[in-house]
Design a protein around this ligand. Structure first.
Ligand SMILES: *Cc1c(COP(=O)(O)O)cnc(C)c1O
Length: 362
């Protein structure tokens, strides 16, 4: 028998979450963001459910190729554009739409030989200060692109720095609007947070990522349930041993946990080499047989420990849910585990290790 850990990808949850964004943005087309191997879920695993999207957005040319191999003939957007001139040949061959965020990418287009003009999205840096032309330089870049025979449609793109937080989007949206008011082209502005929480931001194309996978973009302010989302990933394993502790007994490397009273603990076949965050402290929520309890002691490479003192039926073979949905239907949100580990659900899902077998289910 293989090690009992596995990840389940819930295709009905993906379908539901995509529908949830459609409901919020009935007039927009949706790029399903599947970068980072679909946020750790596996591009091939999410594709059947997400093919109801209008396009796929990602960064990696190899991932774009995988989507074409799955038979997708619709739009694919490279969110960071091309990295070197040769990539433009792959864009021509695979018919990829690509972001243009710096001058060199325009230079490369100007010397690219292509029969079909490229569909590009010119990206503005409206305050995030990662990718894009500043508002002062944006229109000149647009004019230059517009003069190239290699370029067909030019869409306009930006990315908000604070769509999920108290600062909000007003300033960056105003900057974008003021700079682009009279320019033609489709707009793509909204990630998950802007799509669901900022209906005032126009977006011909929205770019939802995290919400498709059923996590919240602003936990703990709002849970994924608050946003009407369903978790698309379950990470589950089993108890492979139990121990009983007397007061004063310790657990795991560094003896960071000391039992204060008699306890029963279950050793779980999951560790940081599976993608579970090592930094998660004792007390991080975990489900055993669908019953909520907490971790005990340090997370090690292949194992961790759960308190099963109040779950007397728990024994080797009992199910353990690290996040997602337990066999009895109880949910543990990845956001809650992430908060305990001082990170976000995004990081935990993306960090799912290659050694964990993944199965697609309902
Ligand atoms: C990752 C990414 C998104 C999706 O962000 P979510 O917060 O997951 O919805 C959208 N746009 C760009 C440019 C991105 O890099």
């Amino acid at each position: 028998m293989p090690r009992p850990i596995q990840a389940l990808i819930h295709s009905t949850a993906l379908t539901h979450n995509l529908q949830r964004v459609r409901q919020a943005r009935p007039d927009a087309r949706l790029w399903a963001v599947v970068k980072a191997n679909a946020y750790g879920h596996g591009i091939e695993n999410v594709f059947p459910a997400l093919r109801a999207a209008d396009g796929f957005a990602l960064l990696d040319l190899a991932e774009a190729q995988r989507i074409r191999q799955l038979g997708w003939r619709g739009p694919i957007l490279l969110l960071e554009g091309v990295f070197e001139p040769r990539d433009l040949e792959i864009c021509s061959r695979l018919n990829l739409t690509h972001a243009v965020h710096r001058d060199a990418q325009i230079d490369w287009l100007a010397s690219h030989k292509t029969t079909a003009p490229h569909h590009v999205f010119l990206k503005m840096n409206a305050g995030m200060n990662r990718l894009g032309f500043t508002p002062e330089r944006f229109r000149a870049a647009w004019a230059r692109l517009n003069s190239l025979p290699q370029v067909g449609e030019i869409g306009l793109m930006m990315h908000f720095s604070d769509a999920d937080g108290p600062r909000g989007i007003a300033d960056q949206l105003a900057t974008f609007q003021a700079t682009t008011a009279d320019l033609p082209g489709e707009r793509t502005l909204c990630n998950s947070a802007a799509s669901l929480d900022h209906p005032e931001a126009p977006s011909d194309w929205c770019r939802p990522g995290i919400v498709l996978y059923g996590a919240s973009f602003d936990y703990p302010a709002h849970t994924s349930e608050d946003w009407g989302l369903r978790p698309a990933m379950t990470l589950q394993s089993q108890i492979i041993a139990t121990q009983t502790l007397k007061p004063g007994d310790t657990v795991g490397y560094g003896s960071t946990f000391v039992a204060q009273h008699p306890m029963r603990i279950g050793v779980v076949a999951c560790g940081y080499a599976d993608g579970y965050p090592r930094i998660a402290p004792s007390g991080t929520p975990i489900l055993v047989d669908g019953i909520r309890t907490g971790t005990v002691g340090r997370i090690s490479m292949d194992m961790m420990v759960a308190d099963i003192t109040h779950i007397p039926a728990a024994q080797p073979g009992s199910s353990v849910t690290l996040w997602g949905q337990a066999p009895n239907g109880t949910l543990l949100s990845v956001d809650e585990v992430a908060l305990a580990a001082h990170t976000v659900g995004y990081e935990l899902m993306c960090a799912l290790a290659p050694r964990v077998p993944v199965h697609v289910t309902d």
